[in-house]
Design a protein around this ligand. Structure first.
Ligand code: 2U9
Length: 335
C-alpha cells in the first residue's frame, strides 16, 4: 500500500507539470481528487488493510491527498493569474490618437470667398448640375457652332441635356425668376470633358457673381472686384485688367495679380510672366438680358467668375489638382 501511495504521489507530481490550461487542470482533478479518483480508490482499499497497518497507511494517504490538493490549488492559482495578466491594462501606454477632422482646402477657400462677397451685400444662389443646352449656352449668347458645345468639351447626357460647364446657368435662372436689382454669387460644381492630369480634372468648382440694376457701370465692377482682391490676397498688391472675350460679357477682362511666389520676377508657376490670372469679368452682354426678358435699354450689369481649384492650388502651393479628390487623409490632415 505504501508503495502504491508513493507511486501515485510521483505520478501526480509529474502530471501537474503538464497542466497548462483549465481543461487539463480539470482532467487532473478527475484523475486524482474526484469522488472516484485514484486517491478515493486507495481510501476504499484502506478498508481491507490489516488493522495494525491502518493508522500508518491512513496517515500516509491523508498526506498524499493534502499534497495532491496543494499541487492542484497552486496550479489553479497560477493559471488564473496568468489569465488576469493577459487582461491587464497597461496604463503607461500612450493613448490612441484621436482623429480630429479638418475642412477640405476647397471648402476653406470657397467659404472665405463667399464671406467677402456676402459682407458686400451679395446673396448666394444655387441651381441644378444637370442643365439644358439653352441655360448653359443659348441664353448666354454662345452661338450654335461655338466650340465649347463640342462633345469633346462638354458631357452631354442627351441631345439637349448636359452637365453644366459653368455656374452661369444659375444666374440665368435667377434672372428668369425675378426682376432687377440682382446681386448674387453662385458657387458650385461644374464639369468639362477634359483629359485628366495634374492641371485639369473633369469636374471642378467655380464661383460666379452677377450684379444687375439701372446704371451699373464698369467702375462698380472694378471697385467691387478690387475690394475683393485686397481682402482675399492682402492690401498691398499690384493688379491689372486685361481685355479678353467671353460670349456673355462685353467688354470683358481678365484680372491678374503680381505672382506671389516670385514677386513678379517670373517663375514656373506664372510661366515667367510675373502675373497670375485670378478672375474673369465683364459687363453683361445685352443679348443675355434679352434672353431673360430684361430690357437692355433700362438695365446694365457686371459679372465675374473664378475657378476655386486654381485659387486653392496657388494659395496652398499644391502641384496636382487630383489631390483634392483622392480623399487621402495624409493630404487632408494638413489643412
Ligand atoms: C451671366 C452673365 C455673365 C460670368 C463670368 C467669367 C467672366 C470667367 C472663368 C474663370 C475661370 C471660368 O472657372 S473658370 O474657368 N470665368 O472668366 N465668368 S464673366 O459671367 C456671367 C455669368 C452669368 C448671366
Amino acid at each position: 500500500m505504501h508503495a502504491q501511495i508513493e507511486d501515485l504521489r510521483q505520478r501526480a507530481s509529474a502530471d501537474i507539470g503538464g497542466v497548462r490550461d483549465a481543461a487539463s487542470l480539470e482532467q487532473f482533478r478527475i484523475t486524482y481528487l474526484a469522488r472516484k479518483g485514484a486517491i478515493a480508490l486507495l481510501f476504499e482499499a484502506l478498508k481491507s488493510v490489516p488493522a495494525s497497518e491502518k493508522p500508518s497507511v491512513g496517515k500516509a494517504l491523508n498526506e498524499l491527498r493534502q499534497q495532491v490538493q496543494s499541487l492542484y490549488d497552486a496550479r489553479r492559482e497560477k493559471l488564473s493569474t496568468a489569465g488576469a495578466a493577459k487582461r491587464h491594462i497597461d496604463t503607461s501606454l500612450p493613448p490612441r490618437r484621436r482623429w480630429v477632422g479638418s475642412q477640405h482646402p476647397l471648402t476653406k477657400t470657397l467659404d472665405e470667398i463667399k464671406s467677402i462677397f456676402i459682407a458686400m451685400g451679395f446673396a448666394v444662389a444655387d441651381g441644378p448640375e444637370i442643365e439644358d443646352d439653352y441655360h448653359n449656352f443659348g441664353a448666354l449668347n454662345f452661338p450654335p457652332d461655338h466650340p465649347a458645345r463640342d462633345t469633346q468639351d462638354t458631357f452631354f447626357l442627351g441631345p439637349t441635356t448636359l452637365l453644366r460647364t459653368h455656374t452661369s446657368p444659375v444666374q440665368i435662372r435667377v434672372m428668369e425668376s425675378m426682376p432687377p436689382p440682382i446681386r448674387s454669387i453662385m458657387p458650385g460644381r461644374v464639369y468639362r470633358n477634359e483629359a485628366i492630369n495634374a492641371r485639369s480634372y473633369c469636374m471642378f468648382h467655380q464661383i460666379e457673381g452677377l450684379c444687375v440694376d439701372r446704371g451699373v457701370t464698369f467702375s462698380e465692377l472694378k471697385g467691387t472686384l478690387i475690394a475683393f482682391i485686397k481682402q482675399f490676397y492682402g492690401p498691398n498688391l499690384q493688379y491689372r485688367f486685361r481685355p479678353t472675350f467671353f460670349p456673355f460679357t462685353e467688354p470683358s477682362a481678365d484680372i491678374y495679380i503680381t505672382c506671389f511666389l516670385c514677386r513678379g520676377k517670373g517663375c514656373r508657376v506664372c510661366k515667367q510672366s510675373g502675373w497670375l490670372e485670378i478672375l474673369g469679368c465683364g459687363m453683361v452682354d445685352p443679348n443675355v438680358f434679352r434672353a431673360v426678358g430684361y430690357e437692355p435699354e433700362k438695365y446694365t450689369g457686371y459679372a465675374f467668375g473664378m475657378g476655386i481649384e486654381r485659387i486653392a492650388l496657388l494659395r496652398y502651393g499644391i502641384d496636382d489638382i487630383r489631390l483634392f479628390f483622392e480623399n487621402d487623409v495624409r493630404f487632408l490632415e494638413q489643412f
